[in-house]
Design a protein around this ligand. Structure first.
Ligand code: ATP
Ligand code: MG
Length: 306
């Protein structure tokens, strides 16, 4: 059974379609990354999946429960970490978790709280006020609060926004540990390194699902070619390349220039001209990155915030 199995989801706000026939399946124990520009419909899709919003069209199941008729059951079995999670800043870590345990009617409260503190390495900070925690610890507390009732599916909405790299890495180690224990995770993020830590990713833009698969599959299916340029005065080369029909992206990376295009032959032709005009510039084939692919997707779609 798939943990998430939804088909043709549509959600409109007024005359705006913000989720446009979204289909998604997530297998049990899988970690799936949900990516897409601001306003593309990630949060809205997640809210439909956890039973907080009813879709205008489409149907499906989450943990085997119908998203239209069993929303209450879904809410009980899912751990949802909202994009702007919050807790009581003037309560301690322990008190915040006790509060959540009572909300879920978990009994005995102390046992649930103690086990969760232990599991997430929060025990030594139990009596610290939540408001005095650093970003990484706040996020760990938020994760603790949403796994305490032992959900089978975690829906995490940008859980690591604004958290430093070390804390993010530890958070992801934790996610993998939880998935190893059988938990399924759907996690939205804007970070490429996080996308690469997922088993699979889905990319949504303007409400439409544009790509799904492993990172390698998504990069391969995008059909882009990348070249790396070395040499002096690359800023002039960049200016010359910018806007040529064969050239979709030009971006400086340190002392090199990455040039990306979807028509390999045309791109090679354009770069051959560069090599002729700038004798000291060398052109070598490069690897297309996931970020290159996403930038390409974004330039091809309408402005989501418009
Ligand atoms: N309750 C609502 N009423 C009207 N419009 C809404 C509502 N909720 C979301 N929207 C609009 O729906 C679109 C999708 O929003 P959503 O929050 O799902 O995007 P997102 O992909 O999560 O973006 P971000 O990366 O910025 O979090 C946006 O244009 C947003 O303004
Ligand atoms: Mg969002």
């Amino acid at each position: 059974m798939n943990a998430i199995d939804v088909h043709g989801l549509v959600k409109r706000f007024g005359d705006k379609t913000v989720v446009d026939h979204v289909t998604m399946t997530v297998a049990e124990g899988e970690i799936v990354g949900f990516l897409g520009p601001n306003g593309s419909g990630k949060t809205t899709t997640i809210r439909i999946m956890c039973g907080l919003l009813t879709p205008d069209e489409g149907n499906g199941t989450v943990l085997g429960f119908d998203i239209r008729t069993d929303a209450l059951r879904i809410k009980r079995e899912v751990g949802y970490m909202t994009q702007k999670f919050s807790f009581y800043e003037d309560l301690t870590i322990g008190e915040n978790l006790e509060f959540v345990a009572r909300l879920y009617r978990l009994k005995p409260v102390e046992q649930y709280v103690a086990r969760t503190l232990e599991e997430l390495g929060l025990a030594s900070r139990r009596n610290q006020l939540a408001g005095t925690l650093s970003g990484g610890w706040k996020q760990r507390l938020a994760l603790a609060a949403c796994i305490m009732h032992k959900p089978k599916l975690l829906l995490l909405d940008e859980p690591t926004a604004g958290v430093d790299p070390k804390a993010r890495r530890e958070f992801w180690d934790e996610i993998h540990r939880l998935a190893g224990g059988g938990l399924t995770v759907l996690v939205s993020t804007h970070y490429m390194d996080e996308a690469e830590r997922c088993h699979r990713i889905s990319y949504i833009s303007y409400g439409k699902m544009l790509a799904s698969g492993t990172v390698d599959e998504v990069v391969r299916n995008a059909g882009l070619t990348t070249f790396v340029l070395h040499g002096p005065r690359l800023d002039q080369v960049a200016a010359a390349l910018q806007g040529r029909p064969a050239v979709d992206q030009v971006a400086p990376f340190g002392a090199t220039l990455h040039v990306v295009g979807s028509d390999k032959a045309a791109l090679e032709k354009a770069l051959a001209v560069v090599e002729k005009e700038h004798k000291d510039v060398t052109v070598t084939p490069g690897e297309t990155s996931l970020e290159d692919v996403f930038i390409q997707f974004m330039s091809g779609s309408k402005d989501n915030m418009a």
